[in-house]
Design a protein around this ligand. Structure first.
Ligand SMILES: Nc1ncnc2c1ncn2[C@@H]1O[C@H](COP(=O)(O)OP(=O)(O)OP(=O)(O)O)[C@@H](O)[C@H]1O
Length: 297
């Protein structure tokens, strides 16, 4: 079932087109990623979905209603959401809970996002990751059906980022649909069931990360040093192989599908052992580059 439907969204700020033509639908219970470089129109798109901005044209429904009618279904954690510096963790949660008729138990939520021991800490004294986790808790306090999380892990160190990813997965396990705005391809690959790649206000591709990566011409690369000389022709005869490059003794074989097992098997048939074997897989970055000629970050 579709919980969000965006059709031909267009948003202009005076003479600046922020979103040119964006359409997508989000299934109930999925983590849907909106991925694109800075300025692609991601924030504008989700702010329209959240009812915080009015589209210039196009339609948006959330749970079959307009974003404004659906406000109670949405929990929004927005980029650089700021709280008063001196507010304490518990006060912020208690304040946000007071906005709703039937709020979640904010104490349980505080526990859930790992801030129970920071209950009395002021916002300004929280670390970057703790601030982000508080903002997630604040987005969830209204028991939303859909949570919109914008650039949630920007500025976090790797450990804090992984902790935040775990938190997002837990929230989804509770049945909350998540729209995740990010410009980190690794984050999108790891978390999202589907992603919309956005460039210059348009959706250039939309699918599961693995499906998008599978479409890249050379989605796999295998690098190794052969224990004995290898003919290119022998490798090119392997159906999965599309190319062979040499760099001194090192060979780079590109291709698709189950490339690494196919290559090692072909080598074994010629009594050749691949040493220093490294397998590299294309990423969403490669997909984006192939589609737009531009880098994601
Ligand atoms: N309030 C505004 N007034 C005028 N132009 C705006 C406004 N908000 C955004 N824009 C412009 O619209 C375009 C899209 O911005 P948006 O913030 O939606 O992109 P984004 O993909 O979220 O980028 P980022 O990751 O940097 O936040 C940009 O060129 C931006 O400068």
């Amino acid at each position: 079932m579709k919980v969000i439907e965006v059709t031909n969204l267009h948003k202009r700020y005076r003479d600046q087109v922020a979103v040119d033509d964006v359409s997508f639908a989000v299934d109930e219970g999925e983590i849907f990623g909106v991925l694109g470089p800075n300025g692609a129109g991601k924030t504008t798109t989700v702010e329209c979905v959240a009812g915080l901005r009015t589209p210039t044209s196009g339609t948006i429904t959330v749970g079959g209603r307009t974003p404004l009618e659906a406000k109670h279904l949405l929990g929004v954690q927005l980029q650089s959401a700021q709280l008063p510096e001196k507010i304490k963790v518990w006060e912020a949660l208690d304040l946000f809970a007071s906005f709703y008729r039937d709020p979640a138990d904010w104490r349980a939520l505080m526990e859930r996002v790992g801030l129970a021991d920071k209950r009395d800490t002021r916002f300004t004294n929280l670390s970057g990751g703790q601030k982000q986790r508080l903002s997630v808790a604040l987005a969830l306090v209204g028991k939303p059906r859909v949570a919109i999380l914008d650039e949630l892990t920007t500025g976090l160190d790797p450990q804090a980022r992984r902790d935040t990813w775990d938190l997002i997965e837990q929230i989804r396990a509770d049945g909350v649909t998540i729209v995740l705005v990010t410009h980190f391809m690794e984050e999108a690959e790891r978390l999202c069931d589907r992603v919309a790649l956005i460039s210059s206000g348009r959706v250039v591709a939309m699918d599961a990360p693995s499906a998008l990566i599978g479409q890249v011409e050379e989605s796999q690369r295998v690098r190794f040093r052969p224990s004995a000389p290898v003919e290119d022709a022998m490798l090119l005869a392997v159906p999965e192989v599309t190319g062979v490059r040499r760099n001194g003794e090192q060979l780079t074989v590109t291709g698709r599908g189950n490339l690494a097992p196919a290559v090692t098997l072909a080598l074994a048939e010629h009594q050749i052992v691949p040493t220093d074997l490294r397998i590299e897989q294309a990423t969403l970055e490669d997909v984006f580059l192939a589609l737009t000629g531009r880098k994601l970050s």
